[in-house]
Design a protein around this ligand. Structure first.
Ligand code: PEP
Length: 253
């Protein structure tokens, strides 16, 4: 069966500036992509990036979203605001948010609701850390994360991405192997069927993230149940990221 156009999502984290915003956009603008490309810069550059990319198919997204809609929550940015400025997706529950900012599955669930209500494609990040991996707890961790974040969401007519990001592969240069990814993505798919039913589960895009680069992206994207990639470090080099997107494009043809 021919795969759908894969997602390639860049997560800049707390990196980049107006220079990277301009150069990365410049390297993407005149290319035609089959793949669904998205860039999540720091909040303050979202508006600029949306206007630079006005005439392209490249999506702009955020790295986080508030679980609150409005009110006395200093430093927060709501899903409605993100949608209003032109974001099309938002990351939710990235492992750095979970580790450093103590986010949990409950807050992820609320953020998923807010994102969906405001027409943002939620990209829910899940994955085990090194210790959990070594103890063979990957499936248990994923089971908990998925079963607590996904039930009772109104997914009618909405898109949803799950990004499997083993924490031990993030920023380490040690991507999971295609074989490991295939096993875990099959497990995720199976759990999605249980939580959402087969029809909805078939529409969820399951992405892989963790040390993706131009040398491993093709193999990862040709792996069953891999519908895209989330790219951190390699997305900060505009030429490298454009190359990843071009390879993803090729895999979509
Ligand atoms: C990430 O943090 O989402 C990520 C995938 O990072 P890297 O590609 O640098 O491992």
């Amino acid at each position: 069966m021919k795969k759908q156009a894969p997602f390639v999502i860049a997560n800049w984290k707390l990196n980049g500036g107006i220079d990277l915003t301009c150069t990365s956009v410049a390297s993407m603008l005149n290319r035609k992509f089959e793949a669904r490309i998205g860039i999540a810069p720091p909040y303050v550059y979202i508006g600029d990036m949306v206007s630079f990319l006005r005439n392209s198919d490249i999506m702009v997204g955020s790295q986080n979203v508030s679980k609150f809609a409005s009110g006395a929550f200093t430093g927060e940015t709501s899903a409605q605001m993100l949608s209003e400025v032109g974001c099309q997706f938002c990351l939710i529950g990235h492992s750095e948010r979970r580790q450093v900012f103590l986010e949990n599955d409950n807050s992820c669930h609320t953020k998923m609701e807010k994102a969906l209500d405001n027409n943002l494609i939620p990209v829910l990040c899940v994955g085990e850390n090194l210790q959990q991996y070594e103890l063979g707890l990957t499936n248990d961790i994923l089971y908990r994360q998925l079963h607590q974040s996904l039930p009772d969401l109104n997914l009618e007519g909405k898109e949803l991405c799950i990004a499997y990001e083993p924490v031990w592969a993030i920023g380490t240069g040690k991507a999971a192997t295609a074989d490991q990814v295939q096993k875990v993505h099959s497990f995720i798919y199976q759990e999605l069927v249980e939580i959402l039913g087969t029809e909805r589960a078939n529409k969820v895009h399951i992405l892989y993230g963790g040390s993706v680069n131009k040398d491993n992206v093709e193999e990862l994207l040709s792996t069953p149940h891999v519908d895209g990639v989330l790219v951190g470090g390699a997305s900060l080099d505009p030429e490298h990221f454009a190359e990843i997107c071009a390879l993803a494009n090729k895999s979509a043809q």
